[in-house]
Design a binder for this molecule. Structure first.
Ligand code: ADP
Ligand code: MG
Length: 283
């Protein structure tokens, strides 16, 4: 086709052509923009660029929406719904910095430790949401579900492929790690996942036990230490102490009731001391 002798253009075929080209936003917006361009008489390139911009922006939005669906993140647990004042043990700025996501670029980890109801799931999911919005791939899963999934792959002699498929996620959130069963086969797939992602892909882990209680998760102490070692090497650890948010809000509703008993546990032990001790015990 020579530019000197243009063929007549079939405007009626435009919707079909735009559909074939997979340009749904151009398809939706061109009539309005074309009408305006005709009225204003601006350069044709500006009209075309405006349509291209709309398609690109919508494409980004659709990708984020798809990634959000694939992430398994529960709806509603976002930074917008998080009450920072209720979490006194971690400064707001720290969580906002984590939500910015630089740590994920380097494959670092995030570990939230605290008693039940402290807000661990909510905080990790809120950070996960923010990362998806920023274009990262995130997968949220309960640790037991992940273990079962990997175990099934191992039975099919496809563990390596299953772990490789998980590499596409910049961040995997493993919720409730201490609920995972202490079973040789199960725990070693968890270790395989941790070892594979070490220094390349991030993990965020929620635990309602301090590290000293993690020996229930792995088959022996040497593996527990090896797993914790890899996880904490480049990690932010959020020690989320304090009362259960659920209990506190329930108590708030029943304001006439007496004060809620404070939780007493060994969760306040400094992490380094616990880790040090685990290491000594294993040696
Ligand atoms: P955990 O995982 O530590 O057991 P969750 O994150 O599941 O605790 O929190 C328990 C409930 O309280 C959830 O419904 C959660 O959304 C809510 N919650 C906890 N902390 C906060 C907070 N600071 N602001 C708003 N909601 C919170
Ligand atoms: Mg939880």
């Amino acid at each position: 086709m020579s530019p000197a002798a243009p063929r007549p253009v079939d405007v009626h075929a435009l919707p079909a052509m735009l559909t074939a080209l997979r340009l749904p936003s151009v398809l939706r917006h061109w009539p309005t923009l074309a009408e305006r361009a005709d009225a204003e008489g601006g350069p044709a390139a500006r009209f075309l660029a405006a349509l291209a911009e709309i398609e690109l922006a919508d494409r980004d939005a659709r990708r984020i929406q798809r990634h959000l669906q694939q992430s398994g993140l529960p709806g509603g647990k976002t930074l917008a719904t998080f009450d920072f004042k209720a979490l006194t043990s971690v400064p707001r700025a720290r969580i906002e910095a984590l939500a910015a996501g630089d740590w994920v670029e380097t494959g670092a980890n995030l570990i939230a430790i605290g008693s039940s109801g402290a807000g661990k799931t909510h905080v990790l999911c809120a950070i996960g949401h923010a990362l998806v919005e920023a274009g990262k791939r995130v997968l949220y899963t309960r640790t037991t579900d992940m273990v079962q999934r990997l175990q099934a792959s191992r039975r099919d002699l496809a563990l390596e492929a299953a772990l490789a498929r998980l590499d596409k996620f910049d961040l995997i959130i493993l919720d409730d790690i201490t609920y995972a069963q202490k079973d040789q086969a199960e725990s070693s797939v968890l270790f395989e996942l941790i070892a594979r992602r070490y220094e390349s892909r991030s993990l965020a882990i929620a635990a309602n036990q301090p590290f000293s209680g993690w020996d229930r998760v792995f088959p022996d102490q040497a593996m527990t230490v090896a797993a914790i070692d890899r996880l904490v090497h480049h990690a932010t650890i959020l020690e989320m102490n304090g009362d259960s948010y659920r209990r506190r809000t329930a108590a708030g509703r029943r304001s006439a009731e007496a004060a809620v008993a404070p939780t007493t546990s060994s969760d306040n032990q400094p992490i380094d001391t616990i880790n040090e001790k685990l290491r000594e015990d294993a040696e």
